[in-house]
Ligand binder design. Structure first.
Ligand code: 4AD
Ligand code: MG
Length: 440
């Protein structure tokens, strides 16, 4: 309890509930504008920013001079009365009565990020500080909303969260992109590429499950869509097929986009996102087979041949002029992982599906129906030259009450980049890990 003499500390985001009251804000100096006998410090506290107004004639000299001498990113607390100010950013201002400096940033060692244009490498080297900037702050808040919306959606649909291990003894998505780790006693393990194989076991125990965590790919791709460490949500359902995957993933996307639009308006404004491009993300999405997609791409001048995988440019071409993701299914089995169920009418294609986001954001969802037949799965493991022993537990799922089942993975960073309209996924995660970046 605060006594009458100590004003309550509030979050800037809560200012609307304290108009006319004297409160205390704690934060960092974002900017300072001086205009003769008035100074306007902008304080940010993580929840928002507020312009403070300090008038020389209303304040003790020391208070005014302290404010006037504040340097960028100095930490301080300020006391004053909240006033509604429609012209101000956020709608409120604080008339300063007192100030207390926690740490003043020194002039000879100033905050390295200034309003001037820094190169992205410099900013990435200072990522631990760059996160304080408005655009970075906004992107990370959109990410938070995306993650929360995904969880809310799946929890509301009866999915149980069952997290899967990060150290794994075998590959899920093929052996070429595994990070190897020295475990104890000369044992080798790998950082997980996907929780899917464990999800399949969990689906047989819980029906509908999801895992949500970091996944790792030792891909030497230096594109704006690839990280070596990224977060993926992976729902998996027993008694489900390819059509269920398309339906659930589409609903999940529409719901999550809606939540971002509803709860992150301010952030989208800071990011200068054209929100009309997100408002049009409604059901139904355009659906096509891989065969049709190849024909469309060829007609648009792509060199792709049947049997090839889509490149980044192909994905962008495919959604050209469209206002929502495209769903492409039935890829050639040859280019897909070992676990995909073949189409019973055309065994050369897999019951797999990709969702390609518009505006060049590329594949955001990949998934499909899994092989549930023991003999066929064993055959596939052999064809892919994968050691059966390592997958023995996985084969058990086909020995003990096997059922058709299906699921998918959605990459958080690509989704957030799309929501924010960001050029590169590196700004959608606090500390991106890429081919040439593991610091800070
Ligand atoms: O298509 P992927 O590789 O699918 C799987 O891993 C399946 N086992 C998932 C499942 O069915 N449970 O990856 C799924 C998604 C992609 O659509 C993309 O959004 C994201 O994960 N992704 C990446 N995001 C950032 N950087 C990378 N290197 C990514 N690789 C995949
Ligand atoms: Mg994929």
């Amino acid at each position: 309890m605060s006594s009458d003499s100590t004003p309550p500390v509030i979050a800037i985001s809560d200012a609307g509930h304290h108009v006319g009251e004297t409160v205390r804000l704690r934060g960092w100096l974002y900017n300072l504008r001086k205009s003769g006998k008035i100074v306007f410090p902008i304080i940010r506290d993580g929840s928002g920013q507020m312009q403070c107004v300090a008038v020389k004639s209303n304040l003790p000299e020391a208070v005014f001079e302290t404010l006037k001498g504040l340097t960028q990113e100095s930490s301080f607390a300020v006391t004053g009365k909240i006033r509604a100010e429609p012209r101000a950013h956020g709608g409120y201002e604080l008339d300063v009565e007192d100030v207390e400096v926690l740490q003043r940033v020194l002039e000879d060692q100033p905050y390295p990020i200034t309003p001037k244009d820094h190169g992205v490498d410099f900013l990435m080297d200072h990522r631990h500080l760059w996160l304080r900037s408005r655009r970075q702050h906004a992107a990370i808040r959109v990410r938070h909303e995306v993650i929360k919306a995904i969880r809310d959606y799946l929890d509301g649909q009866g999915f149980t969260l069952v997290d899967t291990p990060i150290f794994t003894p075998s590959a899920c998505e093929g052996t070429t992109t595994l990070f190897e780790v020295d475990y104890f006693d000369d044992e080798k393990v790998y950082l997980t590429q996907s929780g899917q194989l464990y999800n399949e076991a969990n689906a047989m125990a819980f029906g509908k499950v999801y895992c949500f965590g970091p996944t790792f790919r030792a891909e030497k791709s230096k594109t704006r869509r690839h990280l070596t460490e990224f977060w993926m949500v992976e729902p998996e359902m027993a008694f489900a097929d390819l059509e269920d995957v398309k339906r659930v993933a589409e609903q999940l996307i529409v719901y999550t986009v809606g939540r971002v639009l509803e709860n992150r308006k301010e952030e989208l404004k800071v990011l200068e996102r054209d929100t009309s491009r997100l408002e049009s993300v409604q059901s139904p999405f355009t659906r096509m087979s891989y065969d049709e997609a190849v024909k469309i791409l060829q007609s648009k001048g792509s060199e792709i041949q049947w049997g090839g995988d889509f490149g980044n440019t192909d994905e962008t071409l495919l959604t050209e002029g469209l206002d929502r993701p495209v769903i492409v299914d039935r890829f050639p089995s040859e280019i897909k992982a070992f676990y995909f169920q073949p189409d019973p009418h055309r065994p050369e294609v897999a019951l797999g599906v990709d969702f390609i986001a518009p505006e060049g954001y590329g594949e955001i969802v990949g998934g499909g129906q899994r092989i549930h037949d023991l003999a066929l799965l064993e055959k596939r493991l052999d064809e892919h030259k994968l050691p059966r022993e390592a997958f023995d537990w996985y084969l058990d799922l086909r020995r003990f009450g096997t059922v058709p089942h299906a699921g998918f993975g959605m990459g958080v960073e690509r989704f957030v980049a799309w929501m924010c309209g960001l050029e590169h996924v590196r700004e959608t995660i606090a500390y991106p890990r890429m081919l040439y970046r593991t610091r800070p």
